[in-house]
Design a protein around this ligand. Structure first.
Ligand code: ADP
Ligand code: G6P
Length: 470
């Protein structure tokens, strides 16, 4: 990646470091989720320091290999967090209150004052650590909803830094955000940055409206002027839709070994006429349950032939200590076993469910093997899986069924766009996609690929960092 600001030291800050412990092998591996996938690929060729949490509890010692001091060109620096901090700051405030609220309150957010107090303290801990290690005048790029108070705290400690903040998840409209008991603190925290970035224009507008309403500042266009002791300071607010490193996915997908593996997957599944695929973190925002219901009804009604169709759903384990995640796992597993019990036969399982994390190569082989990719979140900031599927379709075929409520829908409008709350509409789109003729598939996939390759993650990072510096 080359930016106008190549010479400046870069510090990336996210709740998670880009690595986590693999319980099976006992070694460090890439951490899950879109944030890490995107940033890891952007930073591979660039010197930077990444500050975050390892996924381990600092007050419980167990026999684990030492955290590598670097990954690729990246230096890693740990912010140690105790079990109590993780329970309140991460599982509680971040994932029990802010995550559901920002995803349209699909499940009810739960607000606890003690959890927010811990969220504040952990943000402060991050700020102090950055203040200690960031080189003079560095760019500090803060990521995501777990660290929204951090920009303001950091500015007070280190006014010399250029601070950028990017939110990977949606930012809700006034009517939804207003219920957050700590709305003012969050907005003021974000305004500590020089640049605040969102996935979509709508999210950026929501933020500007909320600033006007709750911070009593008057944004002018995409700028907010904040009065500080040292004088007025301008904060830029804009949309930066994130992409993927498309070429890497395409290169892997073109590898004959991966193509062979893709063919093998189809064979192992009984060489179905139609292979449907879902790949997600196991999260209630992803609409995995509605997707299973839709496919089950299609198989029941013979609109998709149960003997010639297989649906593979891969679900990465995620946030397993949070109650709503336990609930969605139970719901999904019940739906899958019911459908298979009703529709399967000896040796045939129409819905194959894999609750596991996969290697990049296996994931790409899965993308290459599938005729129809189902991406049906009820709300999603962007959704990289949709873009990865497109990048992997090197033969310019395959169909993408995509929820309107993802950020990706803005760029991938040549997919079959669906409203995941409308199960009949979704069923129609799935059958249309499964039965589309090769010319239509080709036409749509060409347009999708153009968009995914044009707006890739390097462009995203370059745009953000250049704007941060200017
Ligand atoms: P989110 O950030 O909410 O998890 P995204 O779709 O934006 O959703 O990003 C998910 C990332 O995690 C993608 O890069 C995808 O390849 C990766 N991923 C999803 N499921 C798995 C899995 N089972 N094994 C490995 N990686 C996965
Ligand atoms: C999404 C969020 C990230 C988060 C990732 C994985 O991509 O935007 O901030 O890191 O999910 O979730 P986890 O809670 O395991 O970090």
């Amino acid at each position: 990646m080359s930016t106008d600001s190549d010479h400046l030291p870069l510090v990336v800050v996210a709740n998670r470091l880009p690595v986590e412990l693999d319980e099976e092998t006992g070694d460090w591996r890439a951490a899950p989720g879109g944030l890490v996938t995107a940033m890891e690929s952007v930073l591979r060729d660039r010197k930077a320091l990444w500050i975050g949490w390892t996924g381990e509890f600092s007050d419980e010692s167990r026999d684990i290999p030492e955290l590598p001091s670097s990954a690729g060109g990246l230096e890693l620096d740990e912010v140690p967090l105790s079990r109590a901090e993780i329970e309140k700051y991460y599982e509680g405030c971040s994932n029990g209150a802010i995550w559901p609220l920002y995803h349209d309150a699909i499940v009810p957010p739960v607000y606890h004052r003690t959890q927010f107090e811990c969220y504040r303290r952990v943000n402060e801990k991050f700020a102090r650590r950055i203040a200690e290690v960031a080189p003079e005048g560095a760019q500090v790029w803060v990521h995501d909803y777990q660290l929204q108070l951090l920009p303001k705290m950091l500015r007070l400690l280190r006014p010399d830094l250029r601070i950028g903040f990017f939110l990977h998840i949606p930012f809700p409209p006034v009517e939804v955000f207003s219920q957050l008991p700590w709305r003012r603190q969050v907005l003021e925290g974000l305004l500590g940055a020089d640049l605040v970035g969102f996935q979509t224009k709508e999210a950026a507008l929501n933020f500007l409206r909320l600033v006007r309403r709750f911070v009593a500042l008057r944004p002018g266009g995409d700028r907010v002027v904040v009065d500080e002791l040292s004088g007025p300071r301008t904060v830029r607010v804009d949309a930066f839709p994130i992409g993927i490193r498309a070429k890497d996915f395409a290169d892997l997908a073109s590898d004959p070994v991966v193509q062979e593996r893709a063919a093998q997957i189809r064979e192992d599944l009984g060489s179905p006429d139609v292979l449907l695929l879902g790949i997600d973190r196991l999260d209630y925002t992803k609409g995995i349950d509605v997707r299973i219901r839709a496919v089950t009804e299609l198989l029941q009604d013979n609109e998709l032939d149960p003997e010639k169709t297989v649906f593979v759903q891969v679900a990465t384990p995620s946030r397993e200590n949070v109650e709503e995640y336990q609930r969605i796992r139970n719901d999904v597993e019940l739906l899958v076993s019911r459908a298979n019990g009703d529709l399967g036969g000896i040796g045939t399982t129409p819905i194959q469910y894999l609750h596991q994390t996969m290697s990049r190569t296996e994931l790409v082989a899965m993308y290459c093997s599938a005729d129809v990719m189902l991406v049906t979140p009820l709300r999603d900031g962007m959704n990289l899986v949709a873009k990865e599927y497109v990048a992997c379709r090197v033969h310019e075929d395959g169909a993408l069924v995509l929820s309107e409520f993802t950020g990706a829908a803005n760029q991938l409008s040549d997919s079959w766009l669906v409203n995941p709350f409308d199960i009949d509409g979704m069923k129609r789109s799935i059958t249309d996609a499964a039965h589309a003729d090769p010319e239509e598939l080709h036409r749509r996939m060409l347009a999708l690929r153009h968009s995914v390759f044009e707006d890739d993650v390097e462009r995203w990072a370059t745009d953000f960092l250049n704007q941060l510096q200017s």
